[in-house]
Design a binder for this molecule. Structure first.
Ligand code: HEC
Ligand code: HEC
Length: 144
């Protein structure tokens, strides 16, 4: 019993030294700012819908998406973008036909299925918002 008590006391003591050694000594790279202190809530922003689409900055730019895509799903089973953009459906949906380049494989062969390289549409096409850019952008396409 005496032995057990000593062990408990030793354990509590060592725990106390570990805690006191650590408190106050840690300086994070972000300085003394508390994690939640400067955090400002982002303003709520909306996806911009624009009839006729967005102007491209250069000829082969993947065009930006001029509508919301919150409900679309792109996964192994389905790609709901194709409900409207496939060569079969685009007319009926008054959408834009997916680029012909999207059916060409790396070796140049064509198929009637979207090539794997172009399957995940939002890798290249993104919706837009009406907000100030986070950093200045002086990109110039040079008229291409
Ligand atoms: C319900 C139908 C529908 C679905 C689903 C849909 N789109 Fe669209 N999309 C449209 C229509 C209609 C337009 C043309 C809008 C306009 O020009 O006014 C369009 C335009 C676009 C454009 C612009 C093309 C250009 O040349 O400017 C891109 C890019 C695009 N969609 C990508 C996507 C992607 C990626 C998805 C899936 C995440 C998707 N769309 C899902 C109907 C749809
Ligand atoms: C790897 C990048 C990439 C991916 C992934 C991709 N696209 Fe594109 N997309 C482009 C580029 C670049 C263009 C413009 C040049 C062209 O047509 O190839 C384009 C053009 C388009 C256009 C306009 C075609 C036209 O004739 O004006 C539509 C619509 C479109 N893509 C829809 C889609 C959809 C839907 C998907 C997913 C199934 C998708 N894209 C996946 C890069 C991509």
């Amino acid at each position: 019993m005496k032995y057990l008590n000593l062990t408990i006391i030793a354990a509590v003591f060592s725990l106390a030294t570990v805690t006191s050694a650590n408190s106050g000594d840690v300086v994070s790279l972000r300085g003394a700012n508390e994690l939640a202190k400067n955090a400002k809530m982002f303003e709520k922003t909306r996806i911009k819908s624009q009839q006729g689409g967005f102007k491209r900055s250069w000829k082969l730019q993947p065009p930006s998406i001029p509508h919301t895509i919150g409900k679309e799903r792109i996964n192994l089973e389905e790609n709901t973008c194709m409900r409207c953009h496939s060569p079969e459906k685009f007319k009926e949906e008054k959408a834009v036909k997916i680029g012909d380049s999207h059916f060409i494989a790396a070796d140049g062969s064509k198929s009637d299925k979207v090539n794997g390289r172009r399957y995940f549409c939002t890798q290249c096409h993104t919706p837009q918002k009406n907000i100030d850019p986070l950093v200045e952008n002086t990109f110039n396409s040079g008229g291409n």
